[in-house]
Ligand binder design. Structure first.
Ligand code: ADP
Ligand code: MG
Length: 704
């Protein structure tokens, strides 16, 4: 059995965290750096030099030979460029290990190879990475040896954000400023900072590596493009929270240890609904750290899978007809002295500050539902949202029984006078302890659910960065708080004004609240009656980024300029078209080189059998006949669908990049892909399994 793991010793051992800084840095330097981290004070080069030197010494002790500015460009994955610490003074013939303050705080990767959506054309190719000292540096160990990774933001020469982190940091500042204003109005004079706290639950699939290698669709696109349903799917509900098998347990153990070493608080793990699907959740952290940690976690999930002869699939919908994967983004606002603005307390109806924050957020989500929806859009998520497992594509807020009751009171009488409380849970078994139930049950179908003291945004895709949705959440919260403060600060009677504002928000935005079953078809109709947007695809979601409403919102807080928003929209269209194009070409490749030859072989065998059996005497060959007829027909259909798809992809390749092309991929190419898949999946059910050129769904998800 595995060796004993001392978690407290292991935790953060590869992180240049506060404890290490305190121990290693001269007192004065430590204090200066803390001022930068906590109060955003500018960092002097002298201080940076000392920090860099100590960081390097520490990293070398941890086995690092290189350092890397680690950043999150708009490709959806992280990027890094490695430099060795060595410098070679002239003539000595030896090398020294060095790392300067300048190297710590600034890097210059060539920006022209990263997506910039038009920003590149108008501005210089030069780009800068700058140290985000609020997210700790760490040493990562892999085949390349040890690398000191420095979390950074990535901007163009003229300061336009080219990454996920820059707007996230800007939005955190925006919500901090406005939330503090609000707290001051309620007499709080002690809190110095309000930070968005985020805990991201990560779902993933594990499949066997050998089988994965035999599926070109998985290797090229991350999802299966063909595949008939196995006789058994997830209908027995026997996987969710089921006993974790040994191979998977061994994997999870190693994932946890790798996470802990890097200071990621991996906490909860379990089997998910679909066979071969699992989940890992850390304890929440400040939004930018949570976003960094989630990127690191995804990398660890993949790396460790490889070591265990498996592949980790982070795609949102690896298998049609089987639950996809998401990332639940738990979000709240917490002060530096530990107050959670979303904590209702025991008697929410008396908690005026909470009611104001809550109704402000209802307003924010109602007014910017389109932006939230866009923030959760990615190519894979299109196949998941609106399906019967994931949250529907309509944004609504779940409040639960207790808060709904308070809201109803506010709407009908203007004041809330009571809060429903939880009752005793009685199991009827003497030896089981009775305890107080929560005042509210859970709802798993809501895209934006209040869960006790936080909101859980469940739309984000499993492969996507959580930055975009948190940028939106932080900024829309900042906007409603600003509006509230503008009203309340100038009100002659504060109590009255708060009361009126809560009531106004509750009445005007009650349409966004929905506590029922989000999967029910009636909800889509009801949502339409309420005028809530139902945006079913990424391509249709993208325009929300550049609406006048969005530009005004983001520009007023300095989170995005109009040019940055336009560039992001361009990038999204490009990403969509490129990803679908790769899928279409992969289908053509597989169908042409694997499926058609396999079916022809199978038909040859059938024909030979037919002739042989006939020649042997007066025997029945109706089965061979029937199968031959069916497969020939499907083979022809396959070929025709291939030709149609090939023609459309040719047509697309001559189109200009941009919205129109993305729309073409969505409306023309996606259906053509489905038309090709359909006969192939039927063929899979007919053709001799030993002749089928790739592992089936059943092989993939039940034999890990
Ligand atoms: P649930 O069972 O409702 O999903 P959990 O306690 O398992 O709740 O939490 C899920 C995620 O939410 C975890 O990452 C957890 O750390 C995070 N979380 C808990 N409280 C908060 C909070 N106040 N703000 C943000 N995230 C939170
Ligand atoms: Mg949850």
């Amino acid at each position: 059995m595995g060796e004993f793991v001392n978690v407290t010793e292991l935790f953060g051992c590869d992180v240049f965290n506060d404890a290490v800084m305190q121990e290693r840095l001269p007192k004065k330097v430590y204090k200066e750096l803390k001022k930068t981290i906590e109060d955003g004070k500018e960092l002097s080069l002298e201080v940076a030099d000392v920090v860099a030197h100590e960081m390097k010494e520490w990293a070398i002790e941890k086995g690092a030979t290189h350092f890397s500015h680690w950043f999150q460009p708009l490709t959806g994955v992280t990027a890094e460029k490695h430099d060795a610490f060595i410098t070679a003074p002239m003539e000595s013939g030896r090398v020294l290990m060095s790392f300067s303050g300048k190297e710590l705080i600034k890097g210059e990767p060539d920006a022209s190879s990263f997506p910039s959506g038009g920003l590149r054309a108008t501005f210089e190719a030069r780009g800068y990475t700058t140290w985000d000292c609020t997210s700790p540096a760490f040493v990562r160990h892999d085949a390349a040896g040890g690398t000191l990774c420095i979390p950074t933001a990535f901007c163009s020469y003229t300061g336009e954000a080219l990454d996920q982190k820059t707007p996230l940091l800007r939005s955190m500042e925006a919500v901090n400023t406005q939330a503090l204003r609000l707290l001051r109005l309620f007499g709080n004079t002690t809190s110095k900072k309000v930070v968005p706290s985020v805990g991201a639950e990560q779902e993933y699939f594990l499949v066997d590596k050998e089988k994965w290698l035999q599926r070109k669709d998985l290797t090229y696109t991350g999802r299966t493009l063909f595949g008939a349903m196995p006789p058994k799917g997830q209908e027995m509900d026997d996987h969710y929270l089921g006993t974790i098998r040994q191979r998977i347990s061994g994997y999870m153990k190693e994932v946890n240890e790798e996470c802990w070493k890097l200071g990621i608080t991996a906490k909860t793990q379990h089997n998910e609904v679909a066979p071969a699907q699992h989940e890992l959740a850390p304890i929440y952290a400040p939004a930018n750290i949570a976003a960094d940690h989630n990127q690191m976690m995804m990398r660890i999930l993949k790396k460790v899978a490889s070591r265990h002869g498996m592949r980790c699939l982070l795609h949102e919908k690896p298998f049609a007809g089987i639950n996809g994967s998401g990332k639940h983004n738990n979000w709240s606002l917490t002060t530096d002295d530990g107050i959670n603005l979303l904590d209702p307390g025991k008697t929410p109806h008396e908690n005026i500050q909470f009611l104001l924050v809550l109704t402000c957020i209802l307003k924010a989500v109602d007014e910017h539902a389109d932006l939230l929806r866009e923030s959760a859009s990615d190519v894979g998520n299109d196949l998941r949202l609106g399906g019967n497992e994931a949250p529907p594509a309509v944004i609504s807020v779940y409040l639960g029984e207790q808060l709904q009751d308070v809201l109803d009171q506010l709407i009908s009488t203007g004041t809330a006078v009571r809060s429903k409380t939880g009752e005793m849970l009685q199991t009827g078994v003497k030896t089981l302890p009775d305890f107080m139930k929560d005042a509210t049950d859970r709802n798993r179908t809501s895209p934006f659910a209040f869960t006790g003291n936080k909101f859980e945004f469940r739309m984000v895709g499993s492969r996507d960065s959580i930055s975009a949705c948190n940028v939106v959440l932080n900024t829309i919260a900042a906007e409603v708080f600003r509006e509230a403060c503008d009203v309340l600060e100038s009100a002659p009677d504060f109590e009255m004004a708060v009361h009126d504002l809560i009531k106004k928000n509750a009445i005007e935005h009650q349409r966004i609240v929905f506590n029922g079953n989000g999967y029910a078809p009636e909800w889509a109709e009801e949502a339409e009656r309420r005028g809530l947007p139902n945006i079913t695809s990424m391509v249709d979601a993208i325009p929300a980024l550049t609406s006048e409403k969005a530009v005004k919102l983001f520009e007023s807080f300095g989170v995005f300029t109009r040019a940055e928003l336009e560039s992001r929209a361009e990038i999204q269209y490009e990403i969509y078209a490129k990803a679908v194009n790769i899928e279409a070409r992969t289908m053509l490749d597989i169908a042409g080189k694997q499926i058609i030859p396999a079916v022809i072989k199978y038909e040859t065998v059938l024909a030979q059998s037919l002739n042989a059996v006939k020649a042997a005497g007066d025997f029945d060959v109706s089965v061979q006949n029937d199968l031959l007829r069916k497969s020939s027909k499907l083979l022809k259909e396959t070929r025709e669908a291939m030709d149609a798809l090939a023609m459309l992809t040719d047509q697309a390749s001559s189109m200009q990049e941009g919205r129109e092309r993305a729309v073409f991929y969505r409306t023309k190419i996606m259906p053509a892909m489905q038309a090709l898949r359909s006969p192939v999946d039927k063929l899979e059910m007919i053709v001799d399994k030993t002749m089928w050129p790739m592992p089936s769904y059943g092989d993939l998800i039940f034999e890990v």
